[in-house]
Write a protein that binds this ligand. Structure first.
Ligand code: AMP
Length: 210
């Protein structure tokens, strides 16, 4: 599980880790964005919360994770990115994993100072199809607006406007940051300095979980 505020690099690190077999990248934000794009009922429900930088209600979020985990073969390792985000979600995940006879192996918290988070998100653009994250100044796609990996449309997410981002960081501090204590008490938490290049952070993550 990757824990960390918006912009801490969870998505980037998750994509690197899960590019190896046999991993599933379970990003609740990605699942919600997929519903938005497909204009489902769930997408319509989630949109207001996402656009305001609020959390989608726990019941809805846990349901979507439950559905996703139900079909995952046992040999597949799951990387949680952006879930859980509240204590209630963490408790629900414990119950869900117990039901499935599976266990969490490690929880990695990416530590990044707030000013670095704001600067990173300021230049961020995301592929609407495969969720690959780019940075317009430091890591743009080869063809502007087109994803290198899948040819999808690369654009600024509606919830990455500066005022929404500031609110998302506050929501993180209030609702999600306390989860570090939840997992620390259970002896699962490893903290990693998330400041630096994706490669540098990836080697720290690898060393920490080893
Ligand atoms: P992310 O891509 O992880 O930054 O998520 C984008 C947005 O989706 C968040 O700002 C929330 O509105 C919503 N979201 C994603 N994951 C969760 C979650 N675990 N609980 C509630 N809302 C979530």
């Amino acid at each position: 599980m990757l824990l960390g505020p918006p912009g801490s690099g969870k998505g980037t690190q998750a994509a690197r880790i899960t590019s190896r077999p046999v991993w599933l990248h379970l990003s609740t934000g990605g699942l919600f964005r997929d519903h938005l794009r497909r204009r489902t009922e769930l997408g319509a429900l989630a949109r207001g919360y996402i656009d305001r930088g609020e959390l989608v209600p726990d019941r809805v979020t846990v349901d979507i994770v439950r559905q996703c985990l139900r079909d995952v073969p046992r040999e597949t390792r799951v990387l949680f990115d952006g879930f859980p985000r509240t204590r209630a979600q963490a408790v629900a995940l414990d119950a869900l994993l117990a039901e499935l006879g599976r266990k969490l192996s490690s929880v990695v918290q990416l530590d990044v100072p707030r000013e670095v988070l704001l600067a990173r998100i300021a230049g961020r653009a995301t592929c609407a199809r495969c969720q690959t994250v780019y940075n317009i100044t430091t890591q743009p796609p080869k063809v502007p607006g087109v994803c290198d990996r899948c040819g999808g449309e690369v654009a600024v997410r509606s919830d990455e406007a500066p005022e929404v981002v500031a609110h998302r960081l506050d929501v993180y501090e209030r609702d999600t940051a306390p989860l570090a204590e939840y997992y620390r008490e259970r002896g699962m938490l490893v903290r990693v300095d998330g400041n630096g290049s994706p490669e540098a952070v990836a080697s720290r993550v690898a060393a920490a979980v080893r």
